[in-house]
Ligand binder design. Sequence first.
Ligand code: FRU
Length: 623
Amino acid sequence: MKRIFNHLTMTLATAAALTACQPQSNGIRLEHQGDTLTIVHITNPTRYLILPIQESCNEGKVKLITGSPADMAMDVRLAVDSVEYYVPFALPQGAKEATVTIGRVAANAICWDSIRLADTFDTTNTDYYRPVYHHTPLYGWMNDANGLVYKDGEYHLYFQYNPYGSKWGNMHWGHSVSRDLIHWEHLDPAIARDTLGHIFSGSSVIDKNNSAGYGKDAMIAFYTSASDEHGQIQCMAYSNDNGRTYTKYEKNPILTPFDGLKDFRDPKVFWYEPAQKWYMIVSADKNMRFYSSTDMKNWEYLSQFGEGYGVQPNQFECPDFVQLPVDGNKDNMKWVMIVNINPGCPFGGSATEYFVGEFDGKEFKCDTDKSVTKWLDFGKDHYATVCFSNTGDRTIAVPWMSNWQYANVTPIRQYRGANALPRELSLYTKNGEIYMAANAVKETEGLRKGTTPVNDFTLADEHLVSPLATGAEGACELEMDITPGKAQATGFQLLNDKGEKVDIYLDMKAGRLVMDRTQSGLTAFGEKAEPHAKETDDHRKTESVNYINDFALGTWAPLSLCEGKTYHLDVFVDKCSVEIFVDGGRIAMTNLVFPTQPYNTLRFYTQGGEAEVKNLKVHQLGL
Ligand code: FRU
């Protein structure tokens, strides 16, 4: 990830000190109208009003007043008794004055001492757990990947983004671009929350035939506007500058639920060649609904799929629908419906399942029985996974690397939310069944900064590889072929000097690959919270769950998906994550971990028989 650092002319600390000495100077006059409303009068506005944040506070309402009916209050947790960090609130440029109203923040809150104007905002990393090579926002909250699209050499990664704090809220589409899927450049948010609601998840396409009338090759984004007032409705916006800025369609919404459904979101749009039409799939509670259109503005309902399929109970979110060759044979193409569900993960919370079948232009028919569930990833931190459009023969998916059970309280502050590595999807058969493999894209080889091969060894008891030749801050990729032979269990621990460890092993008795993170480092970061005290009916707003049980656990995958005898493991370790890909992605497993110092030792072990470890390579990773 390429980080673009903007620097404050003054450091935050100096600025705070200055503000304290000269309260309400520097172009800001505060007018408190009781405890419910403060009017911030600004003369000669700089680029930003810098807002002090305290995450445990209730959300205040911050609104730039322009006099337009489109003025929209943003929800900001302004600091009441201690400032944890700051966020920038953009001010209009060129005017002599600006007015911002702030509601629901007490007149004696501490934020009023350090609210200030600035032309720059320092995004230098301050988080210990910031990944070395995974995509994260510079600051603020991120969840689902949105609108993934490739155009003119750039991969566009939009994402659910809160620019006003590191907890869920104020959904915008944040934006980063990459030419190689590993180095990301951060751009300004592309679509901002508005009076129709939060800008929830969705997709983007390239309008090659100018179906929507915004020009050939315009980028068209589809998203859900979500608000209490209007519910969940589908909207569109277009871009003629390669996705940097979007204009919202003036007649939004383009689609509302015919039955008033409350959960109706995350539109996935794709071109369906046989019908020469655009298709949209919208998650509709426990179904995925299909629509078609010629102009992208008028949508006709076709069918729905899903009720009763896969894990129960569930809530469908973030659909994707891709056509792939089975075992690389283009004469045998299958459709795959990707369904993100929350709850439903076998280990609790959020997960991604998929269904393989046929599509006739109207209905999707799944090949397997309703009770069959196939998982795209067997970890606990893989969600809202969707694919890029316009990538030709390649199908590349990007997951959000977290879980709604604890996403809002991970031990991170400046930002929250990372993407797992982009994955190449393909179909393979095992025992007559078709499955989807998800392997790290080959571009990740570009992360390798040096490789240390380790001699093959027979594992009779234990074998240490120490110190591990990793890149900065423990970032590495471990490749190896393990043959368990007669061992009952064999594998390795990723260890640090404090004894914190991630245990990764093949449990041959149970036929499972296991990743155990119970002793991986910080695992009880929500410890003080009352178990399940503040859960709400909106999972995104859950503030306090029993994190000890929800976070710290092992996850497992069936080894029957693999080829057998020898297992090729490709393990990616970053500051706060471990991703495993077995046999080219037949098993993918993604889990967050929070070691208090980097893992620097591999301790191999076996139980009940000898095992062979061959072709072990330790790649240092970095950008
Ligand atoms: C999935 C999800 C989506 C929704 C978005 C809101 O994680 O709940 O269904 O569009 O997050 O941020």
